[in-house]
Design a protein around this ligand. Sequence first.
Ligand SMILES: C[S@@+](CC[C@H](N)C(=O)[O-])C[C@H]1O[C@@H](n2cnc3c(N)ncnc32)[C@H](O)[C@@H]1O
Length: 270
Amino acid sequence: MSTTWDPEQYAKFADHRGRPFRDLLARVAARDPRLVVDLGCGDGPLTLGMAERWPAARIVGVDHSGEMLEAASALDEHGRVEWVRADLATWDPASLGAAPDVVVTNAALQWVPGHEEVLTRSAAALAPDGWLAMQVPGNNDAPSHALMRAVAAEHPAAERLQAPLSRLAVHAPAYYVELFGAAGLEVDGWETTYQHVLDPLGQQENPVLEWVRGTGLRPVLETLTDETERNAFLAAYDARLRSAYPRTSIGVVLPFRRIFCVGHRPEAVA
Ligand SMILES: C[S@@+](CC[C@H](N)C(=O)[O-])C[C@H]1O[C@@H](n2cnc3c(N)ncnc32)[C@H](O)[C@@H]1O
């Protein structure tokens, strides 16, 4: 089952969500790439940012969500990006017709079962002097996610909620560093915990709930199609999030750990 996305909800925290992407791209030293691919491009602003950074490059954004791609094309006023609808689990980089110089995937692979294969395939497809850059959230043990599982376990639909909640899976940073290295890339891996200050003006009841509604909570909400079941879940989860992430004098602080890995394929030696 694939998750349905709501571009409007996702875009509510666009600036916070864009920060890790910018930090990731800062470590990609490609100067004049011909072909740049964004795997799991979502609603497009970050992909379009790459079109600005590399104006001469052919840019391709791949995603399997019709809703996200529709929002992305609407943003792409000058038709700068080729938006491709495909499932990353089966998408073949050979379909590009040329070897990519940059492959980026930001906050997407945690949704793709067997995402290790996607990375291995992407690394193998890179042109000489090419770059592979990925970022995945490493927040599965954070209160936002632990409380989601705890509330689900106490909910009457606990059994039905098990599968959607166990879907999001990533590895420790060292795993990706080894994977990139084994694929013949020079590796630069790291992790960061961002301290996102949400809703400083106090306009949202529960900004952390709003945040996860746009991403990690989506599989739960889709499973709970009955309104009473859904409301019971949201009421319990809302209360527990509020005590885990209390409002402070500057807003609600959401610590968010993310895992990064950038690989560079050395140029072929003549
Ligand atoms: C959290 S959004 C990230 C979007 C964008 N990369 C960003 O950083 O804002 C995750 C995106 O991954 C896409 N996605 C998830 N699983 C996918 C799959 N199996 N194939 C293609 N896209 C997928 C979703 O449709 C969604 O647009």
